[in-house]
Design a protein around this ligand. Structure first.
Ligand code: GRF
Length: 215
């Protein structure tokens, strides 16, 4: 069955290695998608360089340019709509989204977080927190975004065993390798229309199913 190419809007604030992993999966022919736009809040973010190098449009709306966070995020929303985005991927975006933004992309908005949720939710240093807490298994999670930070239905997770000599940095590096695997994998499942949200659970269908506008 032909799977329609999904139009992705990626929101990023920093390095952009997850954006790079998405692009690499597309280039390998593993992801029936294209990055339609990369948007964010920090003009200096290396993620934007990656996007520009690929010819992907970049939209930046800094917090300082707008009176409120709601207005700033409305500018991001407008850009995503203008580029007819099907799925929004938070790939290291460091702002909490407004309810208005989340409602606009309900069930079409996913995030990658560097912990096995619900552990270490709502922090920008989940890997260091996991190490400090003494966990033996760390990891990462891709989940749908809802109004409660890092609490939406879980799509995929990967476990990363903690080693005796781990520092926060090398644990974060091993977790990142797994993020780069499960984020494109989750996008692929979405593109194949294989995700069904049932309350807190996301069921993964064994077979791709046609999108509503496709027969
Ligand atoms: C990742 O660890 C992601 O889980 C977290 O922010 C980091 C982004 O890394 N939300 P990058 O910008 O994709 O390299």
């Amino acid at each position: 069955m032909a799977v329609r190419r999904l139009r992705l809007g990626v929101l990023a604030s920093g390095r952009g290695s997850n954006l790079g992993a998405i692009c690499a999966a597309i280039d390998r022919g593993e992801l029936p998608a294209e990055v339609a736009v990369v948007a964010g809040n920090r003009p200096e973010a290396p993620a934007f360089e990656r996007a520009r190098a690929r010819g992907v449009p970049v939209v930046v709306a800094t917090r300082a340019e707008y009176k409120t966070r709601a207005e700033q995020q409305r500018a991001l929303l407008t850009a995503l709509r203008r580029h007819s985005v099907d799925l929004v991927v938070l790939a290291g975006f460091d702002q909490i989204l407004t309810d208005e933004f989340i409602a606009a992309f309900r069930d079409r908005l996913i995030n990658v977080h560097p912990s096995l949720l619900p552990a270490f939710a709502g922090t920008l240093h989940a890997q260091a927190d996991a190490l400090a807490h003494g966990v033996k298994i760390a990891g990462c999670t891709v989940h749908f975004v809802t109004e409660t930070v890092d609490a939406g239905p879980i799509i995929l997770q990967a476990a990363v065993p903690v080693q005796e000599d781990d520092t926060a940095e090398n644990l974060a590096d091993r977790i990142l390798e797994q993020e780069h695997r499960i984020l494109p994998a989750a996008i692929r499942l979405f593109a194949e229309n294989r995700l069904r949200v049932e309350g807190r659970r996301v069921r993964i269908l064994a077979e791709p199913s046609p999108a509503p506008d496709e027969d």
